[in-house]
Design a protein around this ligand. Sequence first.
Ligand code: CMP
Length: 139
Amino acid sequence: AIERTLSIIKPDATNRNLTGKINAKFEEAGLRIVAQKRIHLTKAQAGKFYEVHAERPFYDELCEFMASAPVVVQVLEGESAIAKNREVMGATNPADAAAGTVRAEFAQSVGENSVHGSDAPETAAQEIAYFFAGLELVG
Ligand code: CMP
């Protein structure tokens, strides 16, 4: 089915001007960028986004990092977009990411791993709604 997923190009990647190279990988995989904006999150906004990880030992560091520089939040659309985006991103830890994936090529560590992608249809819907109004999604 055609799905939509929420993607974030993280501060380590925007700092290194990798937005275009990462977008090229999404588009080459058949994912259409139907909404996109560059924003600088506050730590509180990052904290709310990553609320499910609030009890994890890396939560504070994760929120600091996500608020350290601009991010690009985007909605990707396509056939099985959620799984396809996860394939293009590669494993969370770049040491485990398959060759050619975004994280294998660009990520610096498990924390500074260049991209986020929704993990399931329910979280995709929630995460898209966190950043975008319906009128901003242009398919
Ligand atoms: P993401 O897909 O954005 O979802 C949660 C994030 O937590 C994950 O990517 C990683 O960047 C981050 N994360 C996961 N494990 C660790 C860790 N051990 N140390 C720091 N950050 C982590």
